[in-house]
Design a protein around this ligand. Structure first.
Ligand SMILES: [Zn+2]
Length: 229
């Protein structure tokens, strides 16, 4: 252990000189009643910090955009009509924005999962509407199962994080209300396979009925809290 012969003190850690008198230190045997560990915990250095990860992803996103502009220009020069560089460029930018949002809201896991689930469902709906011919797979399968999975994930996350129902009842309530929108494609006959949507609606409404009957006060408090906020 390091020792200052002038101040007669033992120094923990590894110093170049005595922190009190700046005298060079000598190596001396550690006394049996002394802990040679540093006096304060030394924080571990993260290999990739959050800031540098953001920078790496920003750089990759810009690189992708440059490449896609290059391919788009090349296609135009060659007289080829292709949409993929635009789609790739858009998706890359979208993923980058999504990463930034996820990073910002990482402390609120239920909000983040809800946001990502709606984003995923919106992307499916957009992809389904943009592809020709329209098949309706998003309204028939993605949204119904997405809603059930989201509801289950919200309950599981609330339970695993030890939250009280007041803290997440609003999410379940909003999910059920938005889940009712599945009736619109059924009504307009744009949902080719209405059964999953109807099952999903039944599950959402059954759970809402459960909350209303058994946890009505929690839901009321949650909505009041949400509106005051
Ligand atoms: Zn000293």
């Amino acid at each position: 252990m390091q020792y200052c012969p002038r101040c007669h003190v033992y120094i923990r850690g590894h110093k170049t000189c005595c922190p009190l008198c700046r005298n060079p230190l000598i190596e001396k045997e550690t006394p049996p009643d002394m802990d040679p560990a540093p006096a304060f915990p030394v924080p571990e250095k993260h290999r990739v910090s959050g800031v540098s990860l953001t920078r790496i992803l920003t750089f990759l996103m810009l690189l992708c955009e440059i490449l896609m502009v290059f391919f788009a220009l090349q296609n135009r020069e060659a007289g080829v009509s292709a949409h993929w560089p635009y789609v790739c460029g858009f998706l890359c930018f979208f993923a980058w924005v999504d990463f930034l949002i996820a990073r910002y809201f990482r402390s609120n896991l239920i909000f983040l999962v809800t946001f990502e689930a709606y984003l995923g469902m919106a992307l499916c709906l957009a992809a389904d509407h943009l592809t020709v011919p329209y098949r309706g797979w998003a309204v028939a399968w993605c949204v119904p199962f997405g809603m059930i999975a989201l509801e289950a994930a919200t309950v599981l996350l609330g339970w695993s994080e030890g939250l009280h129902m007041v803290d997440y009842a609003v999410y379940l309530f909003v999910d059920t209300i938005l889940g009712l929108l599945q009736l619109i494609p059924i009504q307009r006959h744009t949902n080719p396979q209405p059964l999953p949507a109807l099952i999903s609606l039944a599950v959402l409404l059954a759970y809402l009925a459960f909350i209303l009957v058994f946890r009505g006060r929690d839901l009321r408090n949650a909505i009041t809290k949400f509106l005051n906020f």
